[in-house]
Design a protein around this ligand. Structure first.
Ligand code: FES
Length: 105
């Protein structure tokens, strides 16, 4: 699954991740700055906050209730905000574009 992470300053990172892993794991494994994934993907730290590119919001879907609750602790939350550890990568998401908030630059 090909993914693009775009930092707040515009630097983009193309990474490739196996299906079934999460977007956070893909970022951490490839050293994408700005995605810390402090809690290891347990939806408990909000350091993996990303904005889903508009074209992809429909495919990625809505955050779960638990994720919604944790997003309250993230800064600069927008309607397209998701926690990248809760985005499970499937073939459908090939080409997904995720942007990082300013605070995670
Ligand atoms: Fe901690 Fe996603 S890695 S909430």
């Amino acid at each position: 699954v090909a993914l693009t992470f775009i930092e707040f300053n515009g630097t983009s990172h193309q990474v490739d991740a196996p299906e079934g892993s999460t977007a956070m794991e893909a970022a951490v494994r490839n050293g994408v700055p700005g995605i810390v994934g402090e809690c290891g993907g347990a939806c408990a730290c909000a350091t993996c906050h990303v904005y889903v590119d508009e074209a992809w919001v429909g495919k990625v879907g809505e955050p779960s209730e638990m994720e919604e609750g944790m997003l309250d602790f993230a800064s600069e939350v927008s309607p397209s905000s998701r926690l990248s550890c809760q985005i499970r990568l499937t073939a459908e998401l090939d080409g997904l574009v995720l942007r990082m908030p300013e605070s995670q630059g």
